[in-house]
Design a protein around this ligand. Structure first.
Ligand SMILES: [Zn+2]
Length: 358
């Protein structure tokens, strides 16, 4: 396309470790699958290079076996019951196995496991995939937070206290349309301790999946910008996972960000699980978020390998189709650089105490 330029994308959320872990359980080789490429899922090294995916937050996520999105009613509405809480011990085993895959990928030279902004800068300069270890739901961590110290030492630099289920730290929102995110209580006392400890250690706190009350509990307590790594505006698609205008205002006031989730159920006005979702729906969400948050508060949070995404993106290899659509909608080079990576780098620098402040 004439006038089109490629933008390196640093992405706020993917589930590639989940996919690699699941395939290892079936006898696959995670390092080979990521490094050499595969037809499976959305992310591997060849497709990341082709699509300009420079890196991102890679989630340790202990799956809920009982999650099935129901068929919507005639009016398009659906409610998925919250997944049952998980036991600590098997969750810790699975989290360790996923962390081990991340460490093996690092040792094999397949990606750089980044613990600082310097690591991300160096990885990008060397054309290596810049992976940041994230934990989506902290069922693997006990209330004493001993495991948090160990995961931090292993490279964990970001976490969401809850996924869409309850745990000892707080309460998650169900997958439901239409529904308010104000579905129940927020942080527990253990959750408040977790937030303080993340602030102290330098771990980013992610607010995607938490109840609206949990969002306000973190907002009151945390000394860091508010971040929802993979959520969209509720005003456009009223799923419980999306953010109300009040939440967006609070994120803006804290100098935080929202990463655009590519999940079609969170992009489409009808909330349907349908991959024939045009790029214009993604642009519509970015426009709305930029209007609410400013250009410094909007980023990408693809949910690659964790959701059904628009066919016009397809995989990480199609990421530049979104960049081109945004350029077509009038975003210039400096704005695209912020949306595609610089805004993430700014909040990571802050959360990691690398911005010269506490
Ligand atoms: Zn998620």
């Amino acid at each position: 396309m004439l006038g089109y330029w490629m933008q390196a994308v640093f992405d706020g959320h993917n589930d590639v470790l989940l996919r690699l872990w699941q395939n290892e359980k079936k006898g696959g080789d995670a390092v080979a699958e990521f490094t050499n490429g595969t037809e499976k899922g959305h992310i591997d090294l060849p497709r990341a290079r082709a699509g300009g995916l420079a890196g991102g937050l890679c989630a340790i996520y202990v799956p809920s076996g009982d999650l099935v999105l129901p068929q919507p009613d005639a009016d398009g509405s659906y409610v998925t019951p919250l997944s049952a809480p998980l036991e600590r011990a098997p969750s810790l085993d699975i989290a360790l196995e996923m962390a081990a895959i991340a460490l093996r990928l690092e040792r094999a030279g397949s990606w750089r496991l980044c613990r600082s902004m310097a690591d991300i800068d160096n990885a990008m300069a060397d054309d290596e995939f810049a992976a940041v270890l994230h934990m989506e739901g902290c069922e693997a961590i006990g209330a004493d937070l001993a495991a948090l110290e160990v995961f931090h030492a292993a490279g964990l630099r970001s976490l969401g206290p809850v996924w869409s289920r309850h745990n000892i730290f707080g309460h998650g929102v169900p997958f439901a349309f239409p529904m308010s995110p104000d579905t129940g209580p927020g942080l527990t006392d253990a959750g408040r301790e977790l937030v303080r400890e993340c602030n102290r250690l330098g771990i980013l706190i992610d607010l995607s999946h938490i109840t609206e009350q949990g969002f306000w509990d973190v907002a009151k307590l945390s000394d860091q910008p508010l971040v929802a790594s993979h959520s969209n505006p509720h005003a456009l698609v009223p799923v419980a996972r999306n953010l109300t205008d009040r939440q967006l205002d609070a994120i803006r006031d804290s100098k935080g960000l929202v990463g655009l989730n590519f999940a079609v159920t969170m992009l489409r006005a009808d909330g349907r699980e349908n991959a024939d979702t045009p790029l214009s729906d993604m642009v519509r969400h970015i426009d709305y978020l930029v209007d609410k948050l400013g250009i410094d508060g909007v980023a990408i949070g693809s949910d690659f390998d964790g959701a059904l995404i628009p066919r016009e993106i397809g995989t990480a290899g199609g990421l530049q189709n979104l960049v081109a659509a945004l350029q077509g909608a009038g975003y210039g080079g400096a704005e695209l650089a912020k949306l595609c990576r610089e805004n993430w780098f700014r909040v990571l620098r802050s959360a990691w105490h690398e911005d010269g402040e506490d």
